[in-house]
Design a protein around this ligand. Structure first.
Ligand SMILES: Cc1cc2nc3c(=O)[nH]c(=O)nc-3n(C[C@H](O)[C@H](O)[C@H](O)COP(=O)(O)OP(=O)(O)OC[C@H]3O[C@@H](n4cnc5c(N)ncnc54)[C@H](O)[C@@H]3O)c2cc1C
Length: 421
């Protein structure tokens, strides 16, 4: 008798965990992704700020299939799912399945602001992180030979939108890159001439964290020289300016958007499936789609409620759901049932800069050096691949002792549509 086939659509955190749990089981496992690597998105900002090389935060998926008997990988763009015919539709042809795990993640949400989408950098993909690094380094190259002080100031003004963990981490890392490295590389540019402005619509940063940690993060960034604009909203942008609600215009050639995500486009290509805010697919308590017990949806693309609220779009949610979907598939095959999915919230953390981070778990909060060490260790633990862990650890150690960033290479001078450089 031939083995039943499980297809995993998307090999991010959720898909990878489901695949790992099913590897070596009595299923044929097919993993599909548009990229031939798993990407560790939480460290993208370090690639963009010249702290890490891009290979260090990605892991080749064929390296996994080689180790997992009965599994294979298909590099393909998924255009839709034929739920009735049980086929994943891809640009490499249809892929039939017995069980399907949809784990296609999310995409950046500009909330309909086309000018912001056209003129900002977002951080979802490796090429975007490299693009942003090139742009930051090029901004300094141009600023160092700019005679017009107004244009020089705009080149050296970096606006980051979104005061969540990504915005906070990016702001801190960019400030350190400027103070410790770029202002020394460019004697014509003083760190005091640069501005990093972090714009947040709410009345505090890191709104999911306890108040003492929010205040700490804000004070710390302030002390580092980052300007924090709370209760401010970006409403538009050009290549040379950022427009805030209320009429304020910031002259800046760099706008970084980390203020919202919605479900991956694949969610919109599933016919007859209920969707919630942000286009996320509404799932049953066992993470399956209504009337399709063989299809599970996990991670950012799924809308799962806890206490009436959707679970956050975070890696731990995707990981726990991927693992649960794998167990559900095994249980279904054996005619067993499992209790509904339950998310165990282990807390959250964000690093602000060298030796400084905030972390919370249950009622416990920690900040400063201890939180920073915990952040480092946890990220190393979750990175895939021994080489990646080693390279990242060496880079961090080097950066800590020498306050240097080795990866400050401009790999392309191609001008982005968003950029006026
Ligand atoms: C910059 C940044 C920083 C973050 N920092 C943190 C953090 O500090 N802590 C935290 O918990 N979370 C963080 N997150 C969120 C976290 O990365 C996501 O919640 C997590 O990746 C979701 O996992 P997922 O499996 O649902 O999707 P993803 O990990 O996004 O994986 C989706 C996969 O599906 C593939 N895919 C999508 N559509 C298609 C298609 N049509 N065809 C083929 N393949 C497709 C993609 O290539 C990708 O490999 C961060 C996210 C970003 C962008």
């Amino acid at each position: 008798m031939s083995k039943k086939r499980v297809v995993i659509a998307g090999m991010g955190f959720g898909g990878l965990r489901a695949a790992k749990a099913l590897s070596g089981s009595d299923f044929e496992l097919i993993m599909i992704d548009r990229n031939n690597y798993h990407l560790f998105q939480p460290l993208l900002y370090q690639v963009a700020t010249a702290g890490l090389e891009q290979e260090a935060i990605a892991y080749p998926l064929r390296g996994l299939t080689r180790r997992w008997p009965g599994s294979s990988f298909l590099l393909a763009e998924i255009s839709g799912i034929d739920l009735e015919g049980k086929n994943v539709l891809t640009d490499a042809g249809p892929v039939p399945y017995d069980y399907l795990v949809i784990a296609a993640g999310s995409r950046t949400n500009f909330f309909g602001m086309e000018s912001v989408g056209a003129h900002s950098f977002d951080l979802k993909r490796l090429d975007q992180a490299e693009d942003l690094r090139n742009h930051i380094l090029l901004s300094f190259e141009h600023a160092s030979r700019e005679a017009d002080p107004v244009r020089k100031a705009a080149l050296l003004t970096f606006v980051i939108v979104g005061g969540g963990p990504t915005g906070v981490e990016f702001a801190g890392a960019l400030r350190e890159l400027i103070v410790h490295v770029l202002s020394k590389d460019h004697p014509e540019v003083s760190a005091d001439e640069t501005r990093i402005i972090l714009v947040e619509a709410a009345d505090s940063l890191l709104t999911a964290m306890p108040i003492n940690l929010r205040q700490y993060a804000c004070q710390k960034l302030h002390a580092m020289g980052v300007e924090v604009l709370l209760e401010s909203r970006v409403v538009g942008a050009t290549a040379e300016s950022v427009h805030l609600h209320g009429g304020t215009v910031l002259s800046s050639h760099t706008l970084i958007w980390s203020a919202g995500v919605s479900a991956a486009t694949l969610a919109g290509h599933l016919e007859g499936v209920e969707r919630a805010a942000g286009g996320r697919i509404v799932v049953q308590p066992d993470l399956s789609i209504k009337e399709h017990p063989e299809v599970f949806v996990v991670g950012d693309i799924a809308c799962t409620l806890k206490d009436g609220m959707p679970l956050p779009m975070m890696a731990p949610v995707a990981i726990q759901q991927g693992s649960y979907a794998a167990r559900m598939i095994c249980a279904r095959e054996q005619g067993r049932s499992l209790p509904p999915f339950h998310y165990f919230d282990k807390g959250s953390m964000a690093t602000i800069g060298r030796s400084s981070a905030v972390a919370t778990a249950a009622d416990f909060t920690v900040r400063g050096y201890i939180a920073w060490i915990a952040w480092l260790l946890l990220h190393l633990y979750y990175l895939i691949g021994f080489r990646n862990r080693l390279v990242v650890m060496m880079n961090w150690t080097y950066a800590y002792w020498f306050q240097e960033r080795q990866v400050r290479l401009i790999t392309s001078k191609k001008r982005r549509a968003a950029s006026v450089l």
